[in-house]
Design a protein around this ligand. Structure first.
Ligand SMILES: NC(=O)c1ccc[n+]([C@@H]2O[C@H](COP(=O)([O-])OP(=O)(O)OC[C@H]3O[C@@H](n4cnc5c(N)ncnc54)[C@H](OP(=O)(O)O)[C@@H]3O)[C@@H](O)[C@H]2O)c1
Length: 381
């Protein structure tokens, strides 16, 4: 396919040139140079929506300022191909509705991001947008869905497995629950009171009624009574999640624990509720108190300290999930058949991104915070 000649010269975008919080480092640029005409297997995409995310915030905060020059934040987007390089397959011809993610390398090395009107990406980063999803929803599907997908793949979740998703109310956790359910596994999850209703209504965790929760009492008899129904643990109502799990799941241990919170205590005590051959996967940042170094040292200990030298006798895994258009396409297939959904909490205009981040960081959002850029849903495009 021949490259199109379409080439905007400037665009609106948020940029940052030093590390920090969005309200400190972001500035709005109404005439940033637009990306160059795509070559090879690259496509130029006009962005409809982008979504705010934990990796977006982490990449803005953690990468040394030395590497940042007019970096554009965030990874996820939906939009339309407006120009395609000569080696781009027909599937992604100009006009195709697509979604996907900037790779972490693309963000760090090329300062690429999605809070902008246009982006040039390799076709390896994108997939065709599911037709049953809005552009706003598709902008929430890729990056954090791929993290969940990698967790489920690494844990080799299969029908009948018993899986604990620690932190099911966030973007990764919600996707992990749905992927596990699709594979036919039995899911137990943790979340706080404000998310319980949404979790039951939208994610279909194996929950019967609110009375089935483990409550603040950690009552053994009650826990035993409900041990077959109890699938949401309200972490804000129990004294200790590991204690609640020890009580309720000692006799029916998990095949895998997918931790998106990063709870060291959950791993330390997991031999009581994770099968000996089970796998504990953590992608969560954990508590901020011990700092970055503490987190790294703890991770090394979890990975390499043998049980005979005091290590926890269960397999531990952590990773930075690889992002690809192929994985995004897999998620799109699941979304097309209604097996994977995303919930949107709120939408902000591109100019109002700082308010969007405020909402995201408030801890009150019930679902994803989306940024509307060209809004191709409204335009019926
Ligand atoms: N390794 C990777 O490749 C990778 C990639 C992306 C993200 N991550 C990491 O994965 C984690 C989750 O990301 P995300 O985007 O899904 O975050 P998110 O959407 O911000 O959600 C975090 C969720 O965790 C819940 N939570 C907090 N403390 C909890 C606890 N003690 N027990 C149970 N739930 C708790 C929060 O609910 P409440 O409102 O109730 O507190 C919130 O719903 C982050 O730490 C992120 O850095 C890793």
């Amino acid at each position: 396919m021949a490259a199109s000649t379409y080439h905007p010269s400037t665009m609106r975008a948020w940029t940052f040139s030093s590390g920090g919080a969005p309200e400190q480092v972001l500035s709005f640029n109404s005439s940033l140079s637009a990306p160059a005409t795509p070559k090879g297997s690259d496509v130029l995409i006009r962005i409809s929506h982008a979504s705010l995310s934990s990796p977006g915030l982490n990449l803005m905060r953690d990468i040394p300022s030395l590497l940042r020059k007019n970096a554009i934040p965030e990874l996820d987007f939906s939009g339309r191909v407006v120009a395609a390089g000569p080696a781009v397959p027909a599937e992604f011809a100009s006009g195709t509705a697509v979604f996907g993610s900037v790779s972490k390398l693309g963000s760090i090395v090329h300062n690429q991001g999605t809070l902008a009107e246009y982006i040039v990406l390799n076709v390896d980063c994108i997939a065709v947008k599911p037709t049953n999803m809005t552009f706003a929803e598709a902008a929430c599907l890729s990056c954090l869905g791929q993290v969940a997908l990698e967790m489920v793949r690494q844990a080799k979740i299969k029908k009948g497995d018993r899986v604990l998703v620690n932190g099911g109310s966030g973007a990764v956790g919600a996707a992990a629950i749905q992927l596990c359910k699709d594979l036919g596994s039995f899911v137990v999850t943790t979340c706080s009171t404000k998310h319980v209703d949404r979790m039951k209504q939208t994610l279909g965790v194996d929950e019967a009624s609110a009375s089935d929760f483990i409550s603040a009492t950690d009552n053994k008899e009650m826990a035993n009574l409900f041990s077959f129904k109890m699938q949401i643990i309200d972490y804000s109502q129990v004294n200790s999640v590991p204690t609640a799990l020890e009580t309720s799941y000692h006799a029916s241990q998990f095949d895998a624990i997918l931790d998106v919170v990063g709870s060291q205590e959950l791993f330390r005590r997991c031999p009581k509720y994770l099968k000996p051959e089970g796998l504990f996967i953590n992608v969560g940042d954990g508590d901020a108190q011990s700092g970055r170094l503490g987190f790294i040292l703890r991770t090394l200990r979890n990975l390499f300290q043998p049980a005979i030298l005091g290590g926890i006798p269960r397999r531990y895994m952590t990773f930075s999930a690889p992002l690809s258009g192929q994985n995004a396409a897999h998620l799109a297939d699941l979304a097309s058949s209604g097996k994977l959904q995303v919930l949107i909490d709120s939408t902000f205009s591109l100019e109002d991104v700082i308010s969007g981040y405020k909402r995201y960081k408030s801890g009150q959002a019930q679902g994803r915070v989306v940024i509307e850029i060209a809004n191709m849903d409204k335009q019926g495009q």
